[in-house]
Design a protein. Structure first.
Length: 195
């Protein structure tokens, strides 16, 4: 399979806009933001390239919409769960493994890092917001797991470490194509956390 035909996301159901977002997210997660074009999206959705501009004035606008949708998806995922902090953290790890397709995909925000210097400021800000949303959530969960702070350990720093570790585990599993690589990294991370 050539890189031009590799990893074409399955066509989503819903409005054309929803299909465009789903296809673009799939491309971002498997090819990176720089690894697809508007034409690739149009071909996968089955519309003319000019039709994409009706929904998104630029590839950057499409990328921003994908990242904002991922941020909202995370907020909705969190709001839908009532659970103990330890269960919440385990659910977070499962979300990374299963929803983000460990071994075959990466986080849409993480997929923008390789082209950081060539993406526009608004797209960078959308990525930072997704990261911040998750780190803030992790800070709350980890803070509940370690009510008595360890000497010299900042809960916010620990939350950033967990986020970074999950991102790195996804990336490493993508390189090898092995889900168990993600699982092994998360097992090591889990053993280093309180609670």
């Amino acid at each position: 399979m050539t890189s031009a035909t590799a990893a074409v996301p399955a066509l989503a159901t819903g409005s054309t806009r929803e299909q465009i977002l789903a296809v673009a997210r799939g491309f971002i997660e498997t090819r990176s933001y720089l690894g697809f074009s508007f034409q690739d999206v149009a071909d996968a959705v089955g519309v003319r390239k000019a039709s994409l501009y009706h929904h998104f004035p630029s590839k950057e606008a499409l990328g921003i919409a994908v990242i904002r949708s991922a941020t909202q998806g995370f907020k909705d995922w969190d709001a839908a769960r009532e659970r103990e902090p330890k269960d919440a953290l385990e659910s977070y790890f499962r979300m990374y493994r299963n929803t983000l397709n460990a071994g075959s995909g990466i986080c849409p925000a993480g997929a923008l890092a390789p082209g950081w210097d060539v993406i526009n400021d608004e797209l960078r800000e959308a990525v930072r917001e997704l990261r911040s949303t998750q780190v803030t959530w992790l800070t709350g969960v980890l803070g509940a797991l370690m009510p008595e702070r360890r000497k010299g350990v900042s809960v916010a720093s620990l939350a950033a470490f967990v986020f970074s570790s999950c991102q790195g585990a996804l990336l490493s599993a993508r390189m090898t194509g092995r889900v168990d690589e993600f699982d092994e990294a998360i097992a090591q991370l889990r053993s280093s956390l309180p609670g």
